[in-house]
Structures are given as structure tokens and as C-alpha cells.
Design a protein around this ligand. Structure first.
Ligand code: NAD
Ligand code: DAU
Length: 333
């Protein structure tokens, strides 16, 4: 099987490439990635002996996309601008990559009748109150809060419209917050791990009561394979591992791993429009026979800390750039 993996040099996409080749070594993979600040060429290191090629290019480049889609059996579409904070500063880059780029891929997939799986996020549903017993289901109405989640919501709508009106063979999955190796240092868990590796206190937005539903990146990617193999064309699957935790709990767990007091952190400026809580009802993905293997969050977090401790060269430069941006807007409360 030939697969085109867009965004395969980023966090989840590169983990997808590694896991796919480890489990299905005969797969031929082409990665199409613009190599933005969020990509890391080292993410695709160590794959000698496998049939994998990196094409540096933009999913908005329709001629390139048409050629690559024509040559493949399946598109797994991860490429996106992915950071909420950045979307508040530079929304147009999210419209371009997440909406225009997705439509370019859909046009090519229709033209060449190629199956496509669209990777999306639980953020399209907006947020839940902290005391709401509800979780997101595939029927939850869309109500995105940030330019990032609005752009992902728009891309989901385009996929559904193309399935209905243009005969596109596609599936969608909306996943909750991923953690694991190779996540960019601008994101919450890597940022705090790297702070702690420098002996610095974690930095918590606002009160820190916000809840995220954490899932290990390998569990996400196994669920993506379940959809590719057993999903119904046109259907949407919600992926989550019952991993709800407040940011305060996560920071407390990280502090403990580093032998510090759980409450040893600083509160900093809150994110405007900060979503309170995400929670996934995973019945749709579990109906395909998938279940998470990394049920022990504490163990997953320790392994992630070890990965960052062992790979300083991977994150040093990206961390410096990310912290420079944070310094410009973030104040201690
Ligand atoms: P990431 O920022 O680490 O990686 C995104 C990759 O896409 C980067 O390598 C970047 O260079 C590439 N890219 C961006 N714009 C591009 C363009 N125009 N053309 C080609 N390549 C481009 O993001 P991630 O966390 O790995 O997220 C991957 C996907 O998963 C995204 O679609 C995101 O919305 C979705 N998602 C992420 C999470 C999460 O917790 N990180 C959860 C659910 C869904
Ligand atoms: O839910 C899925 C989404 O999860 C994905 O679609 C996004 O691509 C991904 O980035 C993530 O979005 P979040 O906004 O939840 O992730 P982030 O890592 O930016 O922040 C997680 C939580 O931690 C959030 O409540 C904000 C908070 N935070 C973040 C940073 C960077 C802090 O308290 N301190 C920080 O320094």
C-alpha cells in the first residue's frame, strides 16, 4: 500500500509514520510537509531500510498535491497549523493551511478517486463547563472558540460536503489532546518538562482549572488505523482515552516526577477565550474494536519526560524560539 502522509514531519504525523513502518514494514510512505517551524527533520530519522520519502512542499500547491495524490492509494491528512495561541496572533495562516490546503487535497482525492482520512480535533465542539457531566459525541454541535478550532471545523465541513456532493471516499476523526515524544516545545506538556529540566517552575495559564482529555499519541495513531481499516465512508469517529485531567493535576504530576512540591508553579496570563474543558465519549471509535493501550497516564508521562531528557538536541532551538514568543506576551500573575 502507498500512503501519502501530510504533515508527517510534525508531532502526530511523524509518530504515525514510525508506528506504521514498525507494524506494516511493507508500506510505501510519502510525507508531504511544508517544514514549518513546527516540523523537525529529525522526526523522520532512523527510517533507513524503509520505503519512505519526504517531499518538502505545501498542501496548498495544487499541482504538487494533484501529482502526489494521483500516485497514492490513501491520504492520511495531518498537516495543519496546530497551535491555539499562534492562531490568535496569525489567523490567516490557519485559514490557508487548514482550510485551503484541505480543500486542495479533497479536490485531488476526488479527481483520482483516492481514499482520504482527515485528522481533526475535539476543539471543533468548543468547550464544556467544568461541572457538566456531558462529553462530546459525534452529534455534539460545532461551536469552535479559537481561530485554530474554527479553521479545523471548516475543514471538517468541507470533507463532509465533498463526501455528499462529490463522491469523496473519506472518514474523519476528532481526537483529544495528545502527549508523547516529538511534541513541539510550544505545547503545554513539553514546555513544562523542558522548564523543569532547566530547574524552572512550570507556567500555568490563568487558574489552571481547565481540563484536557489526554491520550498517548500511539493510541491516537492506532485508532486512526482502526478507522482506515474498518471505518465507514462518510462517518466521523471521536478518539479519546478517558484521560480527563486539569492542568493543575498535570503540573502537579510533573513536579512530583522532578522531586518538587506539586504546587511549585507560577500562574501566568490566561489565553483569551481559553476553553474550559474537553471530554470525549469514545463509543464510536471503540465500536471498531479499538481500545487504548496507554491507560496509565503517570507511566506515559514518565516515559515522555525521559524522552525529552534524552533528546536535548531535538528541542533546544525550537524551545528558544517558542520562549521568545511567550516572553513577548506572558506576564506572571
Ligand atoms: P504539528 O504542528 O506538530 O505538526 C503539523 C505539521 O504540519 C508540521 O510538520 C507542519 O510543518 C505541517 N504543515 C503545516 N502547514 C502545512 C502546509 N500548508 N503544507 C504542508 N505541511 C504543513 O501538529 P500535530 O500536533 O502533530 O497535529 C497534527 C494534526 O492533528 C493536526 O491536523 C491537528 O489539528 C490534529 N490534532 C492534534 C492534536 C494534538 O493534541 N496535538 C489533537 C487532535 C488533533
Ligand atoms: O484538544 C486537541 C487540541 O489539543 C489540538 O487540536 C491542538 O492542536 C493541540 O495544540 C491541543 O490544544 P490545547 O490548546 O489544548 O493545547 P496546549 O498544549 O496549547 O494547551 C493545553 C492546556 O494547557 C490549555 O488549557 C492551555 C494550558 N497551557 C498551555 C501552555 C503552552 C498552560 O497552562 N501553560 C502553557 O504554558
Amino acid at each position: 500500500m502507498r500512503i501519502l502522509v501530510t504533515g508527517g514531519a510534525g508531532f502526530i504525523g511523524s509518530n504515525f509514520v514510525h508506528r506504521t513502518l514498525a507494524r506494516r514494514p511493507e508500506t510505501r510512505i510519502t510525507v508531504l510537509d511544508k517544514m514549518t517551524y513546527a516540523a523537525n527533520p529529525d522526526n523522520l530519522a532512523g527510517l533507513g531500510g524503509f520505503d519512505v520519502e519526504l517531499v518538502e512542499g505545501d498542501i496548498c500547491d495544487t499541482a504538487l498535491v494533484d501529482r502526489l495524490v494521483r500516485e497514492t492509494d490513501l491520504v492520511v491528512h495531518f498537516a495543519a497549523e496546530s497551535h491555539n495561541d499562534k492562531s490568535l496572533r496569525d489567523p490567516m495562516s490557519f485559514v490557508r493551511s487548514n482550510v485551503e490546503g484541505t480543500v486542495a487535497l479533497l479536490d485531488a482525492a476526488v479527481a483520482h478517486d483516492v481514499r482520504l482520512h482527515h485528522i481533526s480535533t475535539d476543539e471543533v465542539f468548543g468547550d464544556l463547563a467544568l461541572d457538566d457531566p456531558a462529553k462530546f459525541t459525534p452529534e455534539t454541535p460545532y461551536a469552535p472558540s479559537s481561530p485554530y478550532s474554527a479553521s479545523k471545523a471548516a475543514s471538517d465541513h468541507f470533507v463532509r460536503a465533498y463526501v455528499r456532493s462529490k463522491g469523496l471516499r473519506a472518514t474523519i476523526s476528532n481526537c483529544s489532546n495528545n502527549y508523547g515524544p516529538r511534541q513541539h516545545p510550544e505545547k503545554f506538556i513539553p514546555r513544562q518538562i523542558i522548564n523543569l529540566l532547566h530547574g524552572q517552575a512550570p507556567r500555568v495559564y490563568g487558574t489552571g482549572e481547565n481540563v484536557r482529555d489526554w491520550i498517548h499519541v500511539d493510541d491516537h495513531n492506532d485508532a486512526v488505523w482502526a478507522v482506515i481499516e474498518r471505518g465507514e465512508i462518510g462517518a466521523t469517529y471521536l478518539i479519546g482515552a478517558d484521560g480527563e485531567r486539569s492542568n493543575l493535576q498535570v503540573v502537579g504530576d510533573l513536579n512530583e516526577i522532578f522531586g518538587r512540591g506539586r504546587g511549585d508553579f507560577v500562574h501566568v496570563t490566561d489565553r483569551p477565550g481559553h476553553d474550559r474543558r474537553y471530554a470525549i465519549d469514545a463509543a464510536s471509535i471503540r465500536s471498531l474494536g479499538w481500545e487504548p493501550r496507554h491507560a496509565d497516564f503517570a507511566a506515559g508521562l514518565r516515559a515522555t519526560v525521559d524522552w525529552y531528557r534524552e533528546h536535548p538536541r531535538w528541542w533546544e532551538r525550537a524551545r528558544e524560539a517558542a520562549e521568545e514568543i511567550y516572553r513577548a506576551s506572558e506576564r506572571e500573575l
